[in-house]
Design a protein around this ligand. Structure first.
Ligand SMILES: [Zn+2]
Ligand SMILES: [Zn+2]
Length: 310
């Protein structure tokens, strides 16, 4: 391992509020191939790589039904013991199914750690299938800031953001947010409507696990709008929203969970071409021995992205 991003879902796993078991932590890892198992082909010792922790089979009913990240094989293998380790093993399955990407020279290890999170944002936006001229990103953490950039890249003219952390709000402004509202002190639904002649935005991307943000997104979109769930909602949460509005206002909720190799390759290419600024998101670096400090800083949202290095 040369670097591994600390993800919001890692924090949820450490807190015990994540849905999926078993809780392996560290899935935004890049490194150098130290050794190759016998009978494993297509990979060489010494290569700089991004190894995807989960890879679908591509052949089962779920995969063929356009839900590859729900493939029964998808989560059955993982990095062992996880990405926050000096050395980890990548299952033969992942190698054989195209899960290991070589990093071109233009992509350093720090940038490489964004392949997985950017891939997740790409897949989420692809799933939204809405022609958006305006959008709001709820939560300007790393996932929100990647989504914000992708939306701008895809031609969404005005992208607003909602964020409580000052350092993250500032990053959202720098990366092109038309306005950033603080949901603790501002009525962001009213603000979003005011900016769209009372209609509401076309798309809301919920890039946080904070459940009240989902309700805010549902209220901030226009009739016929789409709310994309990208952050994993904390388990056991309750949604404060009148379900009749799903039909009377034709509001759609689209969840998106993880990504496949189609998106990891797109993400790598966007990073290599410099189309998405990932380097500026890294505000903190910690050695493995400082891991607890990284977790507590990320929990307080005092950083944008924290990376762990050996
Ligand atoms: Zn992640
Ligand atoms: Zn499958």
């Amino acid at each position: 391992m040369e670097a591994c991003g600390l993800c919001g879902s890692d924090l949820e796993k450490i807190r015990g509020s994540y849905t999926a078991a078993p809780p392996v932590i560290g899935h935004e890892a890049v490194g150098v191939v130290a050794d190759v198992g016998s009978g494993v082909s297509g990979i060489r010792r010494g290569s700089r790589v991004f190894p995807h922790h989960h890879v679908p089979c591509g052949e089962c009913a779920t995969c063929r039904g356009e839900s590859p990240t729900m493939c029964p094989d998808y989560r059955s293998t993982n990095l062992e013991p996880g990405g926050f380790a000096e050395f980890f093993r990548v299952p033969r399955w992942n190698v054989a199914h195209g899960g290991v990407l070589r990093l071109p020279p233009a992509v350093d290890f720090e940038r490489g750690t964004f392949i997985e999170p950017l891939a997740c944002a790409i897949r989420a936006l692809d799933r939204a299938r809405v022609r958006a001229r305006s959008a709001i990103v709820l939560g300007a953490g790393p996932m929100g800031l990647l989504s914000l950039q992708l939306l701008r890249l895809r031609g969404v003219r005005r992208v607003f953001a909602s964020e409580v952390s000052p350092v993250r709000s500032k990053a959202a402004r720098t990366l092109g947010a038309a306005a950033v509202w603080n949901p603790k002190s501002e009525d962001l639904v009213a603000a979003a409507k005011k900016e769209t002649r009372g209609a509401g935005v076309d798309l809301a991307v919920v890039a946080t696990g904070h459940v009240p943000a989902i309700a805010q997104g549902l209220r901030a979109v226009r009739a016929g709008g789409v709310v994309l769930l990208l952050g994993v909602p904390e388990i056991g949460g309750h949604l404060d929203f009148d379900p009749s509005e799903f039909v009377t206002r034709e509001v759609s909720v689209i969840p998106s969970n993880a990504a496949t190799e189609s998106e990891t390759r797109q993400a790598l290419s966007l990073i290599a071409l410099g189309k998405v600024d990932v380097a500026s998101l890294v505000t903190h670096r910690f050695h493995l021995a400082e891991f607890p400090r990284a977790v507590s800083m990320a929990e307080r949202a005092e950083c944008v992205k924290a990376l762990i290095t050996p």
